[in-house]
Design a protein around this ligand. Sequence first.
Ligand code: SF4
Ligand code: SF4
Length: 263
Amino acid sequence: MYVTKKSKHERPCLRLESVHNMEKLITDFITRRVSHAAGGTTYREPLVGFARAGDPLFQQLKAVAGPEHLLPEDLLPEARSVVAFFVPFDRELVRVNRLHPYVAREWALAYIETNRLLEDICGELAGELAGYGINVAWQLPTHNFDQQRLVAAWSHKHVAYICGLGTFGRHTMLITARGCAGRLGTLVLDYELRPSSRPEQRFYEKCVKCHYCSEICPVQALGEHGLDKQLCYQYLLEIDAYYADLPVCDVCGKCATGPCAVR
Ligand code: SF4
Ligand code: SF4
């Protein structure tokens, strides 16, 4: 977990903008940063959503994601708001991974580069907000989960759902207004932001007739009862070993190349 803190007497209150402008400032910052991302991965325009730290869904998340799931105030004691952002991959990357007989090297690279980008965005945005006297905490985009039980103490996708970024698909990923092919980042702030509205339903309605993800999964990890995390993760480790010349890339994403990948 990363936390940036300024003591209260350091707060340059004169620079604090209205709540409305602060949401725009955060959205513009993330959008600009994604458009200037280094590396070979190409992105579409990101989505940004907000929730109140006191939203009762954070408590309810303990029932879904496990009792050890953290609350916003566990990350930042004075937490007031939560920010989630989705960085969508471009359509071509999705096509390349869909057609690849295994997992495309480009997809593995995109995973590595985007995890770095998410970390950079969180760190740089925290620095920017510190200039307004706002404290920020965030968790790494991945590899912060229990390796045995495969559960994270801070689930970015569930937090992004609470922030109104989308609904869950059969593949258990979040399907946003720009699809599911991409990566999610989240931050906790001690500043009040206007919460985004959430979609009415929790599940993606088109999943009823579509079984693309469960059919394409190379290890049949997606069944009627959801995702078999152990089966999926064993396959991801296999891919990491296959691309041994790359940094950690336990990723597959075949299930994120279907009709809900790019919207
Ligand atoms: S691939 Fe089809 S079934 Fe799977 S999550 Fe997307 S829309 Fe739903
Ligand atoms: S990431 Fe790959 S192995 Fe895991 S559920 Fe999706 S398609 Fe299956």
